[in-house]
Design a protein around this ligand. Sequence first.
Ligand SMILES: Cc1cc2nc3c(=O)[nH]c(=O)nc-3n(C[C@H](O)[C@H](O)[C@H](O)COP(=O)(O)OP(=O)(O)OC[C@H]3O[C@@H](n4cnc5c(N)ncnc54)[C@H](O)[C@@H]3O)c2cc1C
Ligand code: SF4
Length: 491
Amino acid sequence: MTVASPKTLRLILGDQLNSQHSWFRTVDPAVVYVLMEMRQETDYAQHHIQKVVAFFLAMRHFADALRQAGHMVTYLTLDNGANTQSLPNNIRELIDLQGFTKFEYLLPDEYRLDKQLAELADLLPIETGVADTEHFYTKRDDFAKRFGARNFIMEPFYRDMRRKHGILMESSDPDAQPATGQWNYDADNRNGLPKGFVGPPAREHPRDVSDIVQWLRQQGVETMGTIDPYRFLWPVTRTEYLDMLDHFADNLLYAFGTYQDAMAPAEWSLFHSRLSFGMNSKLISPREVIDRVVAAYWADPERISYAQVEGFVRQILGWREYMRGVYWAKMPEFANLNFFNHQRRLPHYYWDADTRMNCIHHAVRHSLTYAYSHHIQRLMITGNFALLAGIHPDEVDAWYLGVYIDAIQWVEITNTRGMSQYADGGIVGTKPYVSSAAYINKMSHYCTGCQYDKAKKVNDGKGKPACPFNSLYWDFYDRNRAKLERNPRIV
Ligand SMILES: Cc1cc2nc3c(=O)[nH]c(=O)nc-3n(C[C@H](O)[C@H](O)[C@H](O)COP(=O)(O)OP(=O)(O)OC[C@H]3O[C@@H](n4cnc5c(N)ncnc54)[C@H](O)[C@@H]3O)c2cc1C
Ligand code: SF4
């Protein structure tokens, strides 16, 4: 490859597929973009096969689109003879071989890669530069500036974000009130599903991925979960994610909040957007998503109530940005927190769904089949059980980091170790998210078909055995009394 001088090498990581980035506004023949498939990334956790396929396909499509737009691109596949499988080594080799005089990268969202690239940049004998990904509403250190040493609380952060960006507000005044006068509609949302309910069909973008699946097996990449190689349904391009967004705004948003927490054995995505992979890989931006759903609301407020759109905006403008803020304020210590000193291993049924607990069976089965389950399945079924059962947070983190298509450490660990396992002792959440069978029965249709009795606390030798969630729940509070008794949110 011959390029004009001076030559700049620009790195694009697999979760930095932002085609709207200012880097790509002009075509510069002196700039070469590099994307790399690497064993360091396929092997740092055991990922779901659909997650590996989605990332590699998204990267390959992105590289093709850049080339078509006239940019120069080097793409290292996993099996390329020149691929050292290590990020710093690949960069060093490219610089040596092709004589680049400058290396630039985008701020990584993972602590591990941030450290690796900062160390590399320090050692390189050429000029280096780092740019923002131009994806999030907040900058990495905004959060630490906002809260300082005070407790991190989502609600005031979210309200600041609404005011700052003028989203669903009565005016753009800094002291403006929400458009309806009310900030939080959680109480109006979160219904269970009616009996016999049949959910909307999941939006699919089916493609034959048998070649890449077979090739990954030949490469010896070890994965978890299953895939239909002839009908892989996840979107992997920006165009497809824009279609997912339209589909959500037009057909699902109207019931998003109402059924946000509901669960049923035959339903895997219900009214959820399934946009997390698209956003986390940066194929689409949170601004595009929020602007589209807010516009859908203003266009048809009769059909899409304010509670639905507020509930959705809160997840992205609130929780997503908040989790990123906590991550950068608290890493790397966050990754070692274990408030309850839990030590147990995760049971086999997190990998094979082979359990008589119907709720766990279905939540795990969805996870293994689709590389997806929605928030409440993650929090109140698999996460709830792991916390009650005293599983080591490292084990829980490894599973969540592997199994979900959207799992990237900044958003996985804050949700898992923080919100779900309370291993941070209350940085993310103000109390542990645990429940007995009563909550699961209220929000799902799992208990009806279960071999356990949701109402029994102990086995009485008659009929169905007692639901394990009940005894585990009371045991959890019993064994952790000393750690939780001063928590004002626990009575
Ligand atoms: C234990 C546990 C692990 C999780 N791991 C991840 C993860 O690895 N990656 C990830 O993106 N999300 C994670 N979440 C948050 C949430 O479950 C997913 O974002 C959501 O289920 C993705 O599906 P969706 O796109 O259909 O979301 P929807 O229900 O349609 O919500 C819309 C969007 O809001 C954002 N969002 C919602 N809740 C959260 C949250 N708690 N934190 C951050 N963003 C949120 C997501 O970007 C999501 O796409 C986790 C939650 C829990 C309880
Ligand atoms: S009875 Fe218990 S184990 Fe069975 S589905 Fe309900 S909560 Fe889950």
